[in-house]
Design a protein around this ligand. Structure first.
Ligand SMILES: Cc1ncc(COP(=O)(O)O)c(C=O)c1O
Length: 431
């Protein structure tokens, strides 16, 4: 797909807002991406940028709550910890899943009550556990005897969820090789917790990020029911089930969210019927964020090479790559095909193109496979939609290339939900 910049000129001229763009009735986040590209093309520097559509974030939250009304979302901060994302979610009333002291600080700093936070990293540094204790974040996960001992030493008042290993090998990003206890190991861990005087309050699991098989939830929820029975047998008050993340970020391929939600609801009705009074929470990251951000990248260099059979291949060097927003590109099953911002008189021929990032590392490429694109020039822009999950939060400044700046848009959807902004002494705050 290609688009041109003609027709956007009339929007040009208004100064580009520093931080947050409040959209007028006729404006969309997509138009803002093109407007920004136009402005940077006219008067550079043509640095990479991301645009985050905060109305989309509100829509994703509403979709989650509608499909799974019995589940309270605790947004996984690691997925995208941009300040406006966290502020909006705090205003919309989600909980938060934090993985470290810095994430706890960030969320507590927004005034979020500690009871709305879970510290859901099963392997925690002792100093971060002490920080959680000092700030009243009680809910913690663990998956091993060693972690239990550490928690008993540094935070005896914690309320613990035992993380169960899942069968997640078919998810795009499996997690269970690193985290989680087998169901067989749970009995021993539950009695160890009791003997250490620790309060076990429930179970957690993660089916792997971008789960391809909704039935993995069914099995994991059934396993948690067994664990609850074991826990009660050991004298624990098992009252909280955490079904983790793994929900799809887009509807492009793989299972649809609504289908997954139906499977989860059926499993919960079977194993954790509402009358039992178990609180069910989830830790969605990708589902909330993937479609929120669009990345715009610029071609900074180019090389044409002849393949052994005589066919042409193109190499494009972009100003954002593996060390920027595309850290997970190597592990995605298929490369993402960008929207080309260039006008063509007729349908252009396509060539296999390798997309490289800007650093001197030869493995700094966006995807392992080539993508088919027309012949482009240095200075042309490529637009990648659905780039909000595990992108800016994984970027670094390797070789001195700074992470893409993020601009945010806010529009009618948030205003309808009563979320707006106010400027005070040059600072924007949510009202
Ligand atoms: C403990 C934990 N919770 C939640 C998430 C978010 O998962 P997802 O982005 O698939 O929703 C992750 C992702 O790695 C995780 O490790």
């Amino acid at each position: 797909m290609s688009i041109c910049l003609e027709g956007l000129k009339e929007a040009h001229g208004r100064p580009w807002p520093k931080e947050l763009i409040t959209l007028g009735p006729e404006e969309s986040a997509q138009q803002m991406v093109l407007r920004r590209i136009q402005e940077l093309s006219d008067s550079g520097p043509q640095d990479p940028f991301m645009l985050a559509d905060l109305d989309m974030l509100a829509s994703r939250h509403q979709a989650f709550c509608q499909a799974l009304p019995q589940v309270s979302p605790f947004y996984a901060v690691k997925c995208n910890s941009s300040p406006w994302v966290l502020r909006i979610l705090a205003a919309l009333g989600t909980g938060f899943d934090c993985a470290s002291q810095v994430e706890l600080e960030q969320v507590l700093g927004l005034g979020v009550a500690p009871s709305r936070i879970i510290y859901a990293n099963p392997c925690k540094p002792a100093s971060h556990i002490r920080y959680a204790a000092q700030h009243g974040v009680q809910l913690l996960t663990f998956g091993s005897e060693e972690e239990l001992t550490k928690v008993a030493q540094h935070y005896p008042g914690a309320r613990l969820l035992l993380r169960l290993r899942t069968q997640d090998s078919q998810s795009t990003f499996p997690l269970s090789t690193k985290f989680g206890a087998s169901l067989e190991a749970c009995g021993h861990l539950l009695t160890s917790a009791r003997d250490l005087g620790l309060a076990m309050v429930g179970a957690s699991f993660h089916v792997g990020s971008n789960c391809q098989t909704p039935q993995r939830f069914t099995q994991a929820i059934a396993d948690c029911r067994c664990m609850f029975e074991m826990g009660r047998g050991a004298g624990h008050d098992m009252s909280c089930l955490d079904i983790g993340g793994g929900f799809p970020g887009t509807e492009d391929s793989g299972p649809k969210f609504e289908e997954m939600a139906r499977v989860i609801s059926a499993a919960l009705a079977q194993d954790f019927p509402e009358e039992r009074g178990v609180k069910v929470i989830a830790e969605p990251g990708r589902f909330y964020m993937e479609s929120v951000c669009t990345a715009a990248v610029n071609i900074i260099a180019k090389k044409a090479v002849l393949e052994p059979g005589g066919s042409q291949k193109l190499m494009y060097y972009l100003n954002n790559g593996h060390y920027g927003s595309f850290r997970l590109g190597h592990r995605e099953p298929v490369p993402r095909v960008p929207i080309v911002v260039k006008e063509f008189c007729s349908e252009p021929p396509l060539f296999p193109c390798t997309l490289y990032g800007p650093t001197c590392d030869a493995s700094d490429r966006l995807f392992l496979e080539d993508v088919w694109l027309p012949e482009l020039d240095v200075g042309n822009w490529l637009v990648f939609p659905s780039m909000g999950a595990y992108t800016s939060s994984m970027s670094c400044s390797f070789n001195g290339f700074l992470p893409a700046t993020i601009c945010y848009t806010m529009g009618p959807q948030l205003r309808c939900l009563g979320v707006g902004v106010e400027e005070e002494a040059g600072n924007l705050t949510l009202i």
